[in-house]
Design a protein around this ligand. Structure first.
Ligand code: ADP
Ligand code: MG
Ligand code: ZN
Length: 617
């Protein structure tokens, strides 16, 4: 089979040369020759100004006599096939002749027979090549190109670059060892897993891990995204899969990595609107995975964040028979990831990365990488050569709440409302037992819409949340609105986000966590895609759904009332915190806590106050 690419360049080259020759030809003709009219020619003949005439098939080329030392420029005119011209020519004394080039039979043959054939073959192939590509018939060469594009000999990543995913790494170390010396395993008769599926939320390092496996094993890495297989034309994706495996087998040992495999691996029967192309691609993938011989050292890794929609056939033993969970990192993991990413960033010795790790619960690797980078950018912006703790803290806030919006000026009235709102959240959190300590309160507006926020930091990472804790969290969320009501007797739009979060929590207390007496431990909702937004689907009757709403509402009402009561009982304290916020705009945790402590002493134990009074007097 001819090489399509080289041929295409050849064809372009030939056409180009022909074009240039033609162009030069006409240019030279025009520069040295001038067209004249037929009667001018006859006049010139009569005046005997012509030295030589060559009569060609369709034109007459005229060489005039040299006049006053002027450069001789040939002229031409159309051949009128005028029978009287011979007499005139004879009379004028010019040399004349018809154009009779020396004939060369071989040249003629080449020119008239071979050259057109060659040109037609070239043109034909060029056109065919284009049509092939359009119709999808040319996938062999076309698909190959894409796969080649993604084959990397060195990924440049190692397990060192992946932090906080120790369990995942452990499962993959075995695969690396297998790629290093497959003989060790085949000798004893062991069959190694053909593939491993990396499952986890976006940004946790699935792609990174796959690259690290290839880097550790020092083998080529074929990487394609699931969507690369889904082509416009039916059959393209399947051809591409075939092609990928052929190439991988040639290069074994190697790793094939299919990122976002859910794009092709979607369960075939859940979707009523069948997608033929995807189905064919999936079938091809399944049969390739069955067909190839894993002892050659080809390992397939795939990544997804929607494992629940994958076709069960993909997950059966002999295909992706290993699943590696790459979940959100815990406190220790976040610390380790921060460390990896600050390897090449100059930081002062005093930075405390574990403090940052603490304040980033729920963040994934990609977020943490981003935080370190934002901190470095901030240091540069402030003309510093090293990153300081403050930069990191600011970066965390920026990633979580958006940039500070310095130009948004709130009216004094609005500023007061925001201050009371935030003070309400913070104070409730301080007054309740099962809540995380307040780390910071601020009323500087942020680009992501918040006019202020209260940041709570858990003392330690929690994996279990009790009913009381959930209830208290909801109360804290509703405390913002409660403060507005108490102080201004007003409700504003500022609580929208709090309401949304509180309702979500209350609802899951009822329907997922079995925390109400009414529904006891009945599962009423199931979480669908737990690695993405964690959205849930109801699986109960409509009457039950209405009852769930009732229960949710009663939890919210109870929390709301509790929040209002707590704030009313501590109204003076609420006021003093809000005033402090209005003045300073930001309160850090310690400042806030000392205000709460002294306020409590004043309000809660009048006896104690009296005692001090006595002592003083
Ligand atoms: P995923 O494929 O899971 O969506 P990626 O592997 O593409 O996530 O991660 C994106 C980036 O985030 C990586 O390039 C890396 O810089 C950073 N990152 C994510 N997880 C980790 C981790 N566990 N350790 C170090 N860096 C990480
Ligand atoms: Mg990825
Ligand atoms: Zn709020």
């Amino acid at each position: 089979m001819f090489n399509n690419k080289r041929f295409k360049y050849g064809a372009v080259y030939v056409v180009g040369v022909i074009f240039i020759v033609l162009l030069l030809n006409t240019l030279i003709m025009n520069a040295t020759s001038e067209q004249i009219s037929y009667n001018t020619f006859v006049d010139m003949l009569k005046e005997k100004k012509i030295e030589k005439v060559i009569i060609q098939k369709d034109r007459i080329v005229i060489t005039p006599k040299e006049a006053d030392g002027q450069r001789k420029k040939t002229m031409y005119t159309g051949n009128m096939k005028d029978p009287s011209i011979a007499a005139l020519l004879q009379e004028s004394g010019a040399q004349y002749n018809t154009d009779m080039p020396e004939t060369n039979p071989i040249m003629d043959f080449v020119l008239y027979w071979i050259a057109p054939v060659i040109i037609f073959i070239f043109l034909g192939r060029l056109v065919l090549g284009i049509m092939d590509r359009r119709a999808g018939g040319g996938v062999m060469s076309f698909g190959k190109n894409t796969a080649k594009l993604y084959a990397e000999n060195k990924t440049g990543k190692t397990f060192e670059d992946v932090a906080g995913q120790e369990e995942a790494k452990e499962s993959l170390v075995e695969i690396v060892d297998f790629l290093h010396n497959p003989g060790k395993y085949t000798e004893i008769g062991a069959k190694l897993p053909k593939g491993a599926l990396l499952i986890g939320p976006p940004g946790t390092g699935k792609t990174l891990l796959a690259k690290a496996v290839a880097g550790e094993a020092k083998v080529p890495f074929f990487s394609l995204s699931g969507s690369d297989f889904v082509e416009m034309f039916v059959g393209m994706g399947a051809a591409r899969v075939r092609d990928l495996f052929r190439q991988a087998e040639d290069k074994a040992p190697c790793i094939i990595f299919i990122d976002e495999i859910d794009a092709i691996g979607k369960s075939r029967d859940t979707n009523p609107s069948t997608n033929d192309e995807r189905e064919q691609t999936l079938n091809q993938l399944l049969s390739e995975m069955d067909g190839f011989d894993s002892s050659k050292g080809v390992v397939i890794l795939a990544a997804t964040n929607r494992p629940e929609i994958l076709d069960k056939a993909l997950l059966r033993p002999g295909r992706f028979d290993r699943t590696v969970i790459v979940d959100r990192p815990d406190l220790k993991g976040r610390g380790a990831i921060l460390k990896v990413h600050s390897r090449d960033v100059k930081m002062v010795d005093a930075v405390n990365l574990s403090e940052i790790a603490k304040s980033t619960a729920g963040a994934v690797g990609a977020d943490l990488a981003n935080i370190v980078n934002e901190a470095a950018l901030r240091a540069v912006k402030n003309n510093r050569r090293m990153v300081e703790q403050e930069d990191l803290e600011d970066a965390v806030e920026m990633i979580m709440a958006g940039k500070e919006k310095k130009d948004r000026i709130l009216s004094p009235k609005e500023k007061r409302i925001v201050a009371f709102h935030e003070a309400g959240h913070a104070l409730i959190s301080a007054l309740l037992e099962n809540t995380a300590p307040v780390h910071k309160i601020t009323i500087v507006p942020r680009t992501m819409g918040a006019l202020g926020y209260t940041m709570q930091l858990p003392a330690e990472e929690k994996y279990l949340v009790s009913r009381e804790e959930m209830f208290d969290q909801i109360t804290v969320l509703l405390g913002g609105r409660a403060a507005e009501e108490i102080e201004f007797n007003l409700v504003s739009t500022g609580a929208a986000n709090d309401i949304e979060k509180a309702t979500e929590s209350a609802r899951s207390m009822v329907s997922i966590y079995g925390m109400t007496d009414r529904f006891d431990m009945m599962a009423l909702e199931s979480v669908r895609n737990r690695y993405l937004d964690g959205s849930a689907v109801l699986n109960c009757s409509e009457t039950t759904a209405a009852a769930i709403d009732d229960e949710t509402l009663s939890i919210i009402k109870e929390s709301h009332n509790k929040a209002k009561k707590l704030l009313l009982d501590n109204r003076e304290l609420l006021k003093s915190i809000a005033e402090a916020l209005i003045e300073k705009e930001t309160l850090i945790g310690e400042e806030f806590m000392s205000m709460v402590e002294s306020g409590r002493l004043r309000t809660k134990s009048p006896a104690y106050d009296a005692q001090i009074g006595e002592n003083l007097s």
